[in-house]
Design a binder for this molecule. Structure first.
Ligand SMILES: [Zn+2]
Length: 142
């Protein structure tokens, strides 16, 4: 810390650890004046500011790397989400469309059967396959 003599002609660079909390008697080398120096609140604040500055200057490089790494991972996860969501949406839409088509075909199966012989049988067969698949899945879960 820099201490200015009351004569204001001389400034001293003194390690602030050398000045105790209760203060210290100092002598100016220029005018030989002696005065009692005590750390004022302002000086204490200045020292605190400097020490926190040096602290934050020391840490950043490591922290920055960690932050960059975390951001990279975050964007990776977000990218995965971006890729996964459309596929899931597409699958859901396909399933719903398929179910709607089946319901539609089931509703008009008698009319369609008139145009496409054996259609009703085909649909029944499809239901059987679906049922088998459903039972198979339940067995798998159990
Ligand atoms: Zn002086």
């Amino acid at each position: 810390m820099i201490i200015t003599c009351p004569c204001e002609k001389k400034q001293f660079e003194i390690d602030d650890k050398l000045i105790p909390e209760k203060g210290k008697l100092l002598q100016c080398g220029s005018c030989d004046r002696k005065w009692f120096f005590k750390k004022t609140i302002e000086v204490k604040k200045k020292i605190e500011r400097i020490s926190t500055k040096t602290k934050t200057n020391k840490i950043p490089k490591e922290t920055e790397d960690i932050i960059i790494e975390a951001e990279k991972n975050n964007s990776k996860v977000e990218n995965l989400k971006k890729i996964n969501l459309p596929i899931l949406n597409l699958l859901l839409i396909t399933l719903i469309s398929f179910a709607a088509l089946i319901i539609f075909l089931d509703t008009f199966k008698i009319q369609i059967n008139n145009f496409v012989p054996g259609f009703e049988f085909l649909l029944e067969n499809f239901y059987e396959t679906l049922k088998d698949f459903y039972l198979f899945t339940i067995d798998l879960i159990k």
